[in-house]
Design a protein around this ligand. Structure first.
Ligand SMILES: Nc1ncnc2c1ncn2[C@@H]1O[C@H](COP(=O)(O)OP(=O)(O)OP(=O)(O)O)[C@@H](O)[C@H]1O
Length: 299
């Protein structure tokens, strides 16, 4: 079951195509991360999904409803928190929570109290007097407390200190593991994404580069080191080998379609007596190798 499905979802701003024919499925119960460089289209995608923006073409189904027709009933089951969200500065934290509570039948006061303590938020302080990180925590609290079926988070870690970040990610994982909340998030914090997300989609200039489980993604990338041992540099390289570099008899590249037998066979064909080592890569290393490839497709 998918809680979100998009079909060639597209959004243009004058000459800029921020999102181009995006077809994506977010499985119910997943923690799904949208990655991409600045301007790749992550915020626009999230806004399209919660009906803060209208598509120029294509469509999205969210909780089984066309995103353009999301009504009170669906919105009461969706939490949306964005780094750039405007909160009413004149209200105190407690007033904000009182205000939000009235909109959500599923609001859980015990959870609200727990999060208030966990996030160490001063209930009687005006929002305009809070730091950026504290504001983010207030916004997160007001979205978590009604236990939404879908939580959409745009750069949720920005401004959070490491302790709160840990608490927050633990809370998210708890909710996701209980199967009560699906989390869709965008973030530049790749370490946090690797820890949290079980599905990853990469956007490049508004286009979907890939969408797969974190496990499959981490499994198909390896940094390969080859001691060339006098072997000549091969003229033809498989398309899945990225960033080939060789120096002083040693070559290094990234295999983006790693399967032990195939990769070893491809290496043996080109340098029969060479020693080949395959090293697992972190999500950050994978992301950087793809970004470099994007800026120099011949690399
Ligand atoms: N309201 C707007 N008017 C014109 N162009 C826009 C508007 N919103 C976004 N864009 C453009 O659409 C593209 C995608 O922007 P978007 O904010 O979705 O990217 P992003 O991946 O969230 O970037 P970042 O990581 O920097 O937050 C960019 O080229 C941006 O300049």
């Amino acid at each position: 079951m998918n809680i979100i499905e998009t079909d060639r979802l597209t959004r243009r701003f004058q000459a800029t195509e921020a999102v181009h024919e995006l077809t994506l499925a977010v499985p119910t119960g997943s923690v799904f991360a949208l990655l991409g460089a600045n301007g790749a289209g992550k915020t626009t995608t999230l806004k399209l999904l919660v009906n803060l923006l209208l598509p120029t073409a294509g469509s999205a189904q969210v909780l089984g409803v066309d995103s353009r027709r999301l009504g009170e009933r669906e919105l009461a089951q969706i939490g949306y928190v964005s780094e750039n969200q405007k909160l009413p500065g004149g209200m105190t934290v407690a007033q904000l929570l009182d205000y939000c509570r009235s909109f959500y039948p599923t609001w859980d006061r015990t959870l609200e109290a727990k999060l208030l303590t966990r996030f160490d938020l001063p209930a009687d302080r005006a929002l305009k007097q809070l730091s950026r990180g504290m504001l983010m925590k207030a916004a997160l609290l007001s979205a978590l407390a009604y236990r939404p079926r879908l939580l959409v988070l745009d750069e949720p870690f920005s401004g959070l200190d490491p302790v709160v970040r840990d608490d927050f990610t633990a809370g998210l994982l708890e909710a996701a593991q209980l199967g009560e909340t699906t989390v869709l998030l965008s973030s530049h914090d790749i370490e946090e994404v690797e820890r949290l997300a079980d599905h990853i989609a990469l956007l490049e200039a508004g286009r979907l580069r890939f969408t797969e489980t974190t496990e499959v993604l981490l499994g198909r990338f390896r940094r390969i080191e080859v001691e060339l041992d006098g072997a000549a540099e091969p003229g033809d390289l498989p398309a899945s080998w990225l960033g080939w570099r060789s120096e002083a008899g040693r070559a290094v590249f990234v295999e983006s379609a790693y399967r032990r037998e195939t990769t070893e066979q491809n290496c043996r064909q080109r340098f029969p007596s060479a020693t080949v080592q395959a090293h697992p890569m972190t999500l950050r290393e994978i992301f950087i190798s793809l970004a470099r490839r994007e800026s120099n497709p011949h690399a």
